[in-house]
Design a protein around this ligand. Structure first.
Ligand code: ADP
Ligand code: MG
Length: 773
């Protein structure tokens, strides 16, 4: 029934996973959950769906007529793997289909369906039992994305349901099978979790042949990893024997930049091969065979030590480089290839936004006489295997979705990957023979700054965001949800309660409300999302967007000029001077005078921004965000106003992003980013204070004397110094922080705060007075 071409047949036979076909199919027949672990490139993604297909699964007349579903965390692999499997089976994309958010080839004839895990989760909110499917293969489980984790949890419940229902009526409902596939990393989170899988699922290890890879650390860690990668590639290409080069960078722009540089230096069109070149190639082959015979060495960090005392021959590089003397550390020492500068290099980019056709080019053999060089993001780490790679150049970094645990803001940041990821990357060089991995960072950085494993996404996200996403997928019981690595129950419970306060979740049914659905569209913490949605009256939205952006990024004011927070009582300038003198005894009088002036300027700038509405620190923030934009978002504005330029820039970016999100999600709301935004009028200020109160409804503090008089007037105070507040839900004592605009005024009876600061006493920061009716 399966009609593969001889080439495909031959290529399949070489894949380690094909040696385990019997074991795998037997395990799937006898168990509801099976875990398959294997090195990247061993054939899991392309072959396991075919095993099922060939055994008759998904055939309408078989015992298991449902679709074979395969989930992927990344779109790039979803599309390219579906294509590859269709090609291997000699079928069309109607039969082996893919579905990603904005694109699908699914048809009535579909037998195997590749999709992102997000797509399957959305499907499940309509069809929880996954009745369309006979098998769900969850791929790349080691990546531990939030969606993958949630999917594994939900599916573990569906398995039980499907089993029960099929016992009642085997004709109508068949049991479901689940296959979890992972690179060789931490499977114990899945196997040793009894809540998730009460019966320990069998783990099939696919032993792939992995040749040794010599690891070469840089002596120093350069800031410009793109430039460093360029240098390293030229050295490899010009001095080392045949073999593909795979380079890991962090993103599209870097990749395109490097591709351009490399193509310029090594033009794609090979100049006519001269005799000299042919000879060089012969030499290269010779050298290569020599190289294979010598042990390529383990991950020898000693390479770094080797370099000491050894003098090496400086070779002729086009690029000046100040640290070329670590050649030995890089494993270039015994190469005596002549200069082959003009040999062509077949440079290909690989990142997720690249069109599929372009992505698939990395699998084709490079043109005769050229060397393949793929510049990729971490898609090439485990999701996509490029044949013939012998050298890996790893910048050690990746662009990752980051969350601010406090504010829930998502951003994409470039940071070190984990040691486990670096290991995966290095492993790419040892698929076809011994290889080399060049790390563009030092072993000290690797040892001290890389985490062992990357933390599962669920533990990097603010919990109320996780809970809201799950509710938006109609998963109501989050507290008892079988997560592979569950967050603390207490924090799940608290998050659910907060969502109740905010109106995102119905407090009795625990189900998401329409309002909550809207909130879940924003990449910010639910409380800020709420402010955005309710802040649409009286033309307040642009202000609310600015406020939410500022709150999300965090206080942009430089704090150095504040008083010692532990001793707010002595709040005069002299005290600050005294504190500083602890450190700088020899400070000159003139210097002190200068500082005094600076502090004066600081306070007057603070007063200026507070002037808008002296009853809220947050409105002071709004004022400063508006003024910054009005002044052209310049660095000098930041300097004059004691602002952190980076924070202001981030606020600005988030403002733009939120404005776009609001426009695209609420077509009838007309909002744009006005660089000359006028300050809010009196009515708007009132609305804004209400919006702030609603957003911080769980963070209320009441003056103790007012509480004691049962809501009466209480004592009259001139300012907030030593005035005791009680936190509404915990009854804890707290005080308005001296940095607040409210500090020097009559303290309000009730306020909401955006931040609690514990230092000696509990301080209330980011305060807004709640208006008495
Ligand atoms: P795993 O999932 O275990 O990492 P894969 O099934 O993705 O392994 O890959 C198995 C092999 O198939 C690899 O050697 C890879 O290079 C090859 N391969 C995957 N996609 C293609 C393609 N589109 N063209 C040619 N070869 C491919
Ligand atoms: Mg795979």
């Amino acid at each position: 029934a399966v009609n593969r071409t001889p080439e495909i047949q031959a290529a399949r036979l070489k894949l380690p996973v094909c040696g385990e076909e019997q074991t795998i199919m037997e395990a799937i027949r006898n168990n509801t959950v099976v875990i398959i672990c294997g090195e990247t490139g061993s054939g899991k993604t392309t072959q396991v769906p075919q095993f099922l297909y060939e055994a008759g699964w998904s055939h309408p007349d078989s015992d298991n007529p449902g679709l074979i579903g395969v989930t992927q965390p990344r779109r790039v692999a979803t599309v390219s793997m579906a294509k590859r499997v269709a090609q291997e089976l000699n079928l069309t994309d109607k039969e082996v289909s893919h579905q990603i958010r904005y694109d699908a080839t699914v048809s009535a004839k579909t037998r195997i369906k590749f999709m992102t895990d997000g797509v399957l989760l959305r499907e499940m909110s309509q069809d929880l039992l996954l009745t369309k499917y006979s098998t769900i293969i969850i791929d790349e489980a080691h990546e531990r994305n939030l969606n993958t984790d949630i999917l594994i949890g939900v599916v573990s419940r569906v398995l039980k349901l499907r089993a029960e229902l099929s016992r009642e009526d085997r004709e109508k409902i068949k049991p479901l099978r689940v296959v979890i596939m992972s690179a060789t990393l931490r499977v114990s989170d899945f196997t040793e979790n009894k809540t998730l899988f009460p019966v320990v699922p069998p783990v099939i290890n696919v032993n792939a042949r992995q040749y040794p890879v010599a690891i070469h650390f840089n002596k120093k860690t350069p800031l410009d990893h793109v430039g460093e990668a360029y240098k390293k590639i030229t050295k490899i290409h010009e001095r080392l024997p045949n073999g593909g080069i795979l380079v890991f960078l962090t993103g599209q722009n870097e990749i395109n930049q490097l591709c351009k540089q490399l193509r310029k230096r090594y033009p794609a069109l090979p100049p006519k091969a001269t005799k000299k070149q042919v000879k060089k190639e012969e030499q290269a082959v010779e050298l290569e065979s020599k190289q294979v015979n010598e042990p390529a060495g383990k991950a020898d960090i000693e390479d770094e030590a080797l370099e000491l005392g050894d003098n090496q021959v400086e070779e002729d590089f086009d690029l000046e480089s100040d640290d070329d003397d670590d050649d030995i550390a890089e494993g270039f020492e015994d190469e005596e290839l002549e200069d082959v500068k003009d040999a062509p290099l077949h440079v290909l980019p690989l990142y997720s936004m690249l069109p599929t056709e372009a992505q698939l080019r990395v699998f084709e053999p490079p043109p005769e006489g050229t060397r393949l060089c793929v510049i990729a993001t971490n898609v090439a780490e485990t999701s996509v295997t490029i044949p013939g790679v012998r050298y890996v150049v790893d910048c050690g970094k990746s662009k990752e979705r980051k969350y601010d645990i406090e504010t829930g803001v998502q951003s994409f940041e470039i940071d070190w990957t984990s040691q486990a990821s670096a290991g995966q990357r290095a492993g790419r060089a040892g698929r076809t023979g011994p290889g080399h991995c060049y790390r563009l960072f030092s072993s000290a950085v690797f040892d001290n700054e890389f985490e062992k494993f990357s933390t599962p996404e669920i533990h990097r996200m603010p919990i109320e965001g996780v809970v809201l996403s799950m509710k938006s997928m109609n998963i109501d019981n989050v507290v008892n949800f079988p997560f592979p690595t569950p967050p603390p129950r207490e924090s799940l419970f608290k998050a659910e309660k907060l969502l109740g306060y905010l109106g995102a979740v119905n407090t009795t049914t625990k189900r998401i409300t329409g309002f909550g659905q809207t909130m879940s569209l924003f990449p910010i913490t639910p409380r800020f999302a709420k402010m955005l949605i309710i802040g649409q009256q009286h033309g307040c939205l642009p202000f609310v967007i600015a406020i939410v952006s500022a709150l999300s990024v965090g206080d942009p004011f430089i704090q150095d000029y504040h008083l010692d927070e532990n001793q707010p009582e002595d709040s005069d300038d002299e005290d600050v001077g005294r504190r500083e003198l602890h450190n700088i005894n020899s400070e000159s009088v003139a210097e002190k005078e200068r500082r005094k002036l600076v502090r004066k300027k600081y306070y007057s700038s603070q007063m200026k921004h507070a002037g808008l509405d002296p009853s809220s620190d947050i409105l002071k923030l709004l004022n400063v965000v508006g003024a910054y934009e009005y002044a052209g978002a310049t660095a000098s504005f930041c300097e004059d106003n004691f602002l952190r330029p980076k924070a202001m820039e981030e606020i600005r970016k988030l403002r733009r992003q939120l404005t776009n999100l609001v426009s695209s999600n609420f077509p009838d709301v007309d909002v744009c980013l006005d660089p000359k935004m006028k300050p809010p009028n009196a009515v708007q200020l009132k609305v804004l204070r209400q919006v702030l109160t609603a957003g911080f409804i769980d963070s209320v503090a009441i003056r103790q004397d007012v509480l004691e008089t049962g809501g009466g007037k209480g004592v009259r105070y001139k300012n907030s110094r030593n005035v005791v507040y009680k936190l509404l839900w915990s009854d804890e004592e707290a005080f308005i922080h001296p940095s607040s605009v409210l500090y020097s005024q009559e303290p309000p009876a009730m306020l909401v705060y955006s931040e609690l600061y514990k230092g000696g006493k509990t301080w209330l920061k980011g305060v807004t007075a709640v208006e008495s009716k």
